[in-house]
Design a protein around this ligand. Sequence first.
Ligand code: DLL
Length: 452
Amino acid sequence: MIFDREHECMSRQDLRQLQEERLKALVKRVYDRVPFYRDLLDKSGATPEKVRSLDDLPRLPFTRKYNLRDEYPFGLFATPMKDVVRIHASSGTTGKPTTVGYTRSDVAMWAEVCARALACAGTTDEDTVQVAYGYGLFTGGLGAHYGAELIGSAVIPISGSNTQRQLMLMQDFGTTVLCCTPSFALYVWDVAQQLHLDVTKFPLRVGVFGAEPWSENMRRDIERKWNIKACDIYGLSEIIGPGVSCECVEAQSGLHLNDDHFLPEIVDPDTGEVRPEGEWGELVITTLTKEAFPLIRYRTGDITRLTSEPCICGRTNTRMDRIAGRTDDMLIIRGVNVFPSQVESVLLMSPQVEPHYRLLVSRKGALDNLDVQVEIAPSLYQEVSAGILSTDDVTTFTEHETLVGLKHNIQKNIKDIIGINVGVTFKEPGSIERAEGKAQRVIDLRKEQGDS
Ligand code: DLL
């Protein structure tokens, strides 16, 4: 189902015209109402009368995460607090969160784009939608909730955690759509195995997973384990929350971006130069319609690429590729850029390990080390431990022949893809901490070790 055919299937020409009108109005609005932007636009020379078409977009200055921090909590709001009806926040790296505000009309627009996203993933008013994203300052729970309600689905606002209860309600209420992080979907599946539940017999048919990076291989793994279609949903609190873009269930090939509200660009993360369509780079978004907290050319830090090719589902809006990583969680190991998602896709090629892993980065002398810690499959673990127990020799877990071979293979595959040698440490099933929200994949010890 296409939720808003008028806007999701517009001709590119009409879309451009709409974007242009909205951009001009936005620049005027922030110039008049937000001292920070008036100052920035004056300094860069891109005052409202100079912005006449979309071609002027690259002349506008960027907004960065630190600008939001500097103006904490409400310095970038463009409406008086009496018009703000909701405040959300996302955790920051330096203690203070990033605050975002919504007017009544912003909340309505957010519900609308989330409804589009969920409908894009195949949700209808016949569905029962279990929202297992966290409710609270995090935007995931309430965003998905309002979107599903607008579609007319029956919403179960269970929020995150409570894994056994998630499974119980899924069965008892006949959940057909699950919204949560991909890592939580895997965790819930693990728990179902421990409880001897056959989740493939559940009525669940679609997962709308996002809020953290995941790979194509992880999608296949989740789809197979749950016997569902898994679609990728993307968003960030600064821009709106979930609902910026979502994959359609028909093609699962790129995330349809609501570009009548969120104007995307791809720039070189180092120079800020705009890159042509199809090239990878950092996603930059301008919010065209938001009232309380509008942003001009916000540097998301997320790496993707865009296409305006039409999709088989009939939507004509811009599509973005799944996020390949972030400019700032990109690891630099011995000078090589490494995204956790690259390592993940290698791990998921092997059925003998589980999609539960973490990357431990450390430094010995001048040399960076990356140790990939991954759980082995329970069946392999049983086989290996039985072998060890039945012999009298001193073979330890990791020295077992099968594991030595497996380790060698994974190391080789990682080397083929990212070009560096890494360590691989196998962990017992269930020993890596599970996430109830976003998974923490990287532990970088280099700073504590005195290096930057
Ligand atoms: O994670 C909003 C959201 C909630 C999106 C539920 C999807 C579903 P923040 O907490 O502000 O907002 O985190 C935003 O998470 O800049 C990306 O780096 C990452 N992220 C979000 N969705 C995806 C995704 C929510 N589908 C940050 N793939 C973003 C990869 C994602 N990364």
